[in-house]
Design a protein around this ligand. Structure first.
Ligand code: SAH
Length: 410
């Protein structure tokens, strides 16, 4: 096995189980012929083996750790064991019946760097964003089929931009690598609501599983409220609000396709009402708006329209640290507008999924927006990624999704 030898003094983060080795930390590579995606031993300048990782010559992140156990050289069985462990940590999802949409592997945080695997009612959709993940795709698929209860198929989406940084090609569509041919649409349950998930072309692997807990939290605050759900995608927060008895739900998204699914999901959820988590309200009036939220909020302001509860769940505004300041302006703009549209005592549930923007900065932006809106707010809750998207304590980069629930004091 090839060896990557670190520069003197550059072993601290690996000894603390941070999974990334940047090119600048590498002193020498014992045999530079090491192949893309190969497993390499990581060795300190003093000669201690610190663990093993996947090698990626095209990337600034030259090695991603798959094991910190020096005396066991990992082979395919290591991958199967990591997959099995990740599945085991999700055991409660497969027994409690709340949902059949679950993230099974959350990349670095589950010791499988660059591997995402989402389960939709038996069909598993993967994204591979590291060279090692790509090389080991078949072993990962085989382990998923073997260990995931009710697994029917494993497919791959290669349309994630970050693949380019690893020198991996991007292409559209879904590629089956194990099991049966996956259907075009998969229908999942989440408590009282139902979602049709387009695993071929939908965002991410088809759905935002990471917001499940936040959707439930915000939904529970929605009884008898007039709710504006901005960046609604396929209806998520708005459907939960209806399930809690909201009076009115306005879904706003720029994508007509997503809005079409939001309509179908409302009908499916109403039809499914009466089941275990029944409560989907027949009383809720839905309004569907295909529009740019930045413009729509201004139209509401100009028309003097107000709401009891507003959700802001925009796409990632900052892809990198360099874009954070520009992103900050976008976040401030929509939050300021939304704050102004709230009725007294109204609630704003606001999110940022930009990993490059930390929680402290996000709070600061919200405080600035509140000052400009001339309103005082209380923080009544914070949310993060759902429990099936865990963050490794040694890997703060794994935490990207932040939610703040604010209540207007007047
Ligand atoms: N809240 C959703 C996920 C939102 S993802 C859920 O719980 O499932 C972000 C959404 O913002 C996407 O659906 C995208 O189409 C939409 N979007 C991006 N830019 C937008 C804009 N300027 N105006 C309105 N919608 C936008």
């Amino acid at each position: 096995m090839h060896k990557v030898i670190l520069k003197p003094g550059r072993d601290w983060s690996i000894r603390h189980h941070h999974p990334w080795i940047f090119s600048g930390a590498i002193g020498k590579i014992a045999d530079d012929t090491s192949a893309t995606g190969a497993t390499v031993a990581v060795v300190s300048a003093e000669g201690d083996v610190l663990g093993y990782g996947w090698y990626s010559p095209a990337s600034q992140i030259r090695v991603r750790m798959i094991s910190f156990v020096p005396d066991i050289v990992p082979g395919t069985e290591q991958i199967a064991a990591s997959v099995a462990a990740a599945v085991g940590r999700r055991a409660e999802f497969f027994v409690d019946g709340f949902t059949d949409g679950v993230r099974i592997i959350n990349a670095e945080n589950d010791m499988l760097p660059g591997v995402v695997a989402d389960f939709y009612c038996g069909h598993i959709v993967c994204q591979f964003t590291s060279a090692g993940a790509e090389v080991n795709a078949d072993a990962i698929a085989e382990a998923l089929m073997h260990h995931v209860p009710g697994a029917l198929s494993v497919s791959v989406r290669d349309d994630v931009e970050s693949r380019r940084k690893e020198g991996l090609p991007c292409r559209e569509g879904l590629r089956r690598i194990a099991g049966v041919e996956p259907p075009q649409m998969v229908e999942i349950a989440e408590g009282p609501v139902r979602f049709r998930v387009d695993i071929w072309r939908g965002h991410k692997t088809g759905f935002y599983l990471d917001q499940r807990e936040a959707r439930a939290r915000v939904g529970a605050l929605s009884a008898a409220k007039d709710v504006l759900n901005c960046f609604s995608y396929t209806g998520g927060f708005g459907l939960y609000a209806a399930a809690s008895g909201a009076n009115r739900v306005t879904q706003v998204d720029i994508s007509a396709e997503a809005m079409e699914l939001a309509k179908q999901n409302a009908a499916l959820s109403a039809a499914a009402s009466g089941g275990q988590h029944a409560a989907f309200s027949a009383q809720t009036v839905f309004e569907y708006v295909v529009a740019d939220v930045f413009k729509y909020l201004r139209e509401c302001r100009d028309a003097g329209r107000t709401f009891d509860l507003i959700v802001l769940d925009p796409p990632k505004f900052a892809e990198s640290k360099a874009q954070v300041m520009k992103a900050a302006r976008g976040y401030k703009d929509i939050n300021l507008l939304a704050m102004k549209l709230l009725r007294p005592g109204g609630i704003l549930a606001t999110f940022s999924c930009s990993g490059a923007m930390d929680a402290v900065l996000f709070d600061k932006i919200l405080a600035e927006a509140a000052a400009d809106a001339k309103k005082d707010f209380q923080i009544i809750g914070r949310t993060g990624q759902s429990a099936d998207h865990p963050v490794a304590l040694a890997f703060p980069e794994g935490h990207y999704l932040k939610g703040v629930i604010l209540r207007s004091m007047k």
